[in-house]
Design a protein around this ligand. Structure first.
Ligand SMILES: [Mg+2]
Length: 404
């Protein structure tokens, strides 16, 4: 078999997605997600101008060789643009291999270690009443684990709190110019424990609750938050400190038994080395889409599993159904699965990317279709072209830029 085509498709059915479609001389196609929210076209160019020409004529079955060729061979390693591009190639080649084998991808990763995949959803609100309503709405959809994000009194807009969903169902946090959010760490640290106290009182002790601090705290602030949240038995505290600083988690760890999760902006295993070796975290949060694909994610989970650390693949709305499907095959196969983030997509997105995976009673399953189980409707994708979009930026009350 030979690769005869490698095409990049950019579509915006409510938000932008970048998809690589590889075709073999036998007419088999494979899909990979290369979406890098807010910087999408950089990956498009990387793939179109620098990667696609190298793929033509290659044997699609040599996945590990293709990965090493693109990673080591480029000389310039790592970084989100490079690793999103390599991820798209890796997943598309796994899709092809599994289709040729006539098996769903998880069977090639060792087969199912579980029957279904527990997901968590996103609840939010600017008041306790809104948060309670949001939790109940998720429970009605079947969710059995819920992330809670809250507005903070005195702040206009806070990460993860959507005050007004847009009419077309697209995510309101992606705009043509970056929106500016405000932030006050002291106000946040005072208020959030009260939110979790109220949610625990309302929903009881059994519901797994998660919280994302979105890299906004210093190590000692994160340590305090972890301690203050201990009475409310969180499933995890996510991204409590800026992700570049692995040593920061050592200080947090010394002060709290609240489980820690991090890694959605990590690109390679080297970002985790201290965190895993020294058991400073409990969950690895990378996305298949931004970590170089299925191949390195499987290696990451095997490495983390040796320290009792579990998987928790990043899965917000800006991971396309292609990236989500690849994640679910890994989730089903790896033994040290923890939980899967899952928000779902708009109906239009699900039409552009028809997928075999299902969500029922709070659990996901990748389905039994050979490959990753996603087909791209190219005509519908073309009817919804790229639209410039940015994530927000975050400023403190004095006007200075803060971590977002
Ligand atoms: Mg997060």
């Amino acid at each position: 078999m030979k690769i005869v085509d490698a095409k990049v498709v950019v579509t915006s059915p409510g938000r932008n997605f970048v998809t690589l479609q590889i075709t073999t001389d036998d007419g088999v196609t494979g899909l990979g997600d290369a979406t890098l929210n807010g910087r999408e076209l950089a990956v498009v160019s990387y793939l179109r101008d620098h990667v696609a020409p190298l793929l033509i004529g290659r044997d699609p079955h040599r996945i590990e060789d293709a990965w090493q060729y693109l990673y080591r061979g480029a000389y310039w390693r790592r970084g989100p643009v490079t690793m999103a591009a390599i991820a798209a190639v890796d997943v598309a080649l796994w899709d092809i291999k599994a289709k040729v084998a006539g098996l769903p991808l998880y069977q090639l990763l060792g087969g199912a270690s579980r029957d279904r995949i527990r997901a968590y959803g996103h609840a939010n609100g600017s008041s306790l009443a809104e948060i309670f309503d949001s939790v109940r709405a998720l429970q009605e959809r079947g969710y059995q684990a819920i992330r809670i994000q809250s507005g903070v009194p005195g702040l206009q807009s806070v990460y993860g709190v959507h005050t007004a969903p847009s009419a077309d169902g697209s995510a309101p946090d992606v705009l043509a110019q970056p929106a500016v959010e405000d932030w006050d760490t002291a106000a946040y640290l005072r208020y959030i424990p009260r939110v979790f106290e109220a949610v625990r009182n309302e929903f009881g002790p059994d519901l797994p609750l998660l919280h994302d601090a979105h890299h906004r705290l210093s190590p000692i602030e994160a340590a305090r938050l972890g301690k203050d949240l201990e009475p409310y038995d969180l499933f995890w505290l996510e991204d409590c400190t800026p992700a570049e600083d692995q040593e920061a988690l050592r200080l947090v760890r010394q002060h709290t038994t609240t489980p820690l999760a991090i890694g959605e902006v990590f690109n390679t295993v080297f970002d985790y080395q201290t965190l895993i070796d020294d058991r400073l975290i409990d969950y690895v949060r990378s996305a298949v889409t931004h970590f170089g694909g299925v191949s390195p994610m499987k290696k990451l989970f095997d490495y983390a599993g040796q320290r009792g650390i579990k998987s928790a693949i990043h899965g917000p709305e800006d991971i396309s159904p292609v990236g989500m499907a690849a994640a679910l095959h890994l989730d089903l196969a790896v033994h040290n699965f923890g939980i899967q983030e899952y928000s779902g997509h708009t109906d239009l997105t699900n039409e552009v990317f028809r997928h075999a995976y299902t969500f029922q009673d709070g659990y996901l399953h990748p389905g039994e279709v050979p490959g990753i189980g996603v087909e791209l409707d190219e005509e519908l994708a073309a009817a919804h072209p790229y639209e410039p979009g940015y994530l927000p930026v975050n400023r403190l009350k004095d006007g200075s830029v803060h971590d977002w």
